[in-house]
Write a protein that binds this ligand. Structure first.
Ligand code: TUI
Length: 314
């Protein structure tokens, strides 16, 4: 069995986090992952604080294991949600798409373990200084909002920049990815796209089908012009958006094109107007499974790979 320090720090069985996917990662999915021995994470996305509070309570009614909440820092509700995580005794907070410095002191005083996503060495050093519990190094293979660097170059650089445990994210989908992440110095992994296929993941059947049918070149990055690059499936919407991005369309109009697009994908499976966020590894997601099976399977796959690495030493 693969164990690392992060398991002891968080009180989890397997060093596997489920990524905080906006509109997707609800209390039910998070509880299923935590019950499976990983760390389930509720995504706040752009939702109001009351929604997040409700999802935390749902998760806590379904599991006694630790759960996390992911705060998307560009959300207008981020301040309120930061308070809710303390009021509801959430064990772990992860953050994304920005700098969580302004909340760190309050969370630390309340005993909340803070694990920010960092997309650069500078951010890793700052978060280490401000008392983060661990760091998530998320490479640009991931779905959603992406940084510049790939997982294979980001993870070792973050490991060199901090003495905290590092969780690798971006492009990890099976035991090979887990083993590679540990080889790069990570102590744990975070997966998003793979959990889209979980029975407990409440997305529109069309979304699930698109992931299960995806091929190697099926994702693309849009949104660079507005400074928020986002990886999603190469759908009609994504192609249309890219065309608009390279046109003379004013920024404001371009921004409006994407309003509500995540919800339309998740709840309605709308191919023309929905934005189906996905990581590059969608093509490696083969079948529906329970969240617990996913956690166990990837860690069991990784074990012989790590053991077998010795075969290269002559
Ligand atoms: O946040 C994510 N993934 C996301 S957020 C999201 S919602 C959204 N919708 C439309 C446009 C933009 C976002 C969908 N997917 N992943 C974590 C992540 N964080 N990736 C990169 C970063 C990051 C980037 C910059 C973390 C810190 C950072 O620091 C910037 C600074 O302030 O120096």
């Amino acid at each position: 069995m693969i164990k690392s320090e992060i398991c002891e720090i968080l009180g989890i069985e397997y060093p596997v986090f489920q990524g905080g996917m906006a509109w997707i990662a609800d209390g039910r999915l998070a509880a299923a992952v935590s019950n499976g021995g990983g760390l389930g994470i509720i995504a706040a996305g752009n939702a109001p604080a009351d929604y997040v509070r409700e999802q935390i309570r749902i998760a806590k009614s379904l599991t006694d294991k630790p759960i996390g909440v992911n705060i998307m820092l560009m959300s207008p509700f981020a301040d309120d949600i930061a308070k809710v995580t303390i009021e509801e005794n959430v064990e772990v907070v992860t953050t994304g798409a920005g700098n969580p410095s302004r909340y760190m002191k309050e969370w630390k005083e309340a005993g909340v373990k803070v694990i920010p996503v960092v997309a650069s060495v500078a951010m890793a050093k700052l978060m280490t200084r401000l008392g983060a519990t661990a760091l998530i190094a998320e490479g640009g293979e991931s779905g959603g909002h992406v940084g510049e660097l790939t997982t294979i170059v980001l993870v070792p650089q973050i490991c060199d920049a901090t003495n905290l445990p590092v969780i690798a994210a971006g492009g990890i989908c099976d035991g090979r990815g887990v083993a590679a992440a540990f080889m790069l110095g990570a102590q744990g992994v975070q997966l998003g796209t793979r959990f889209l296929s979980a029975f407990e993941c409440n997305i529109h059947p069309t979304y699930k089908e698109k992931i299960l049918k995806a091929t190697d070149l099926c994702t693309m990055v849009t949104g660079k012009r507005l400074g928020h690059p986002v990886r999603s499936l190469r759908t009609q919407f994504a192609r249309d958006y890219q065309k608009a991005e390279y046109s003379t369309m004013p920024d404001e109009e371009l921004e409006n094109l994407a309003v509500g697009a995540l919800r339309l994908a998740v709840q309605e499976g709308n191919n023309e107007k929905g934005c189906f966020l996905s990581g590059q590894c969608a093509a490696m997601v083969k079948r529906e499974q329970s969240a617990a099976e996913i956690v166990k399977e990837i860690m069991e796959e990784a074990e012989p790979i790590l053991r077998g690495a010795e075969k290269w030493i002559k």
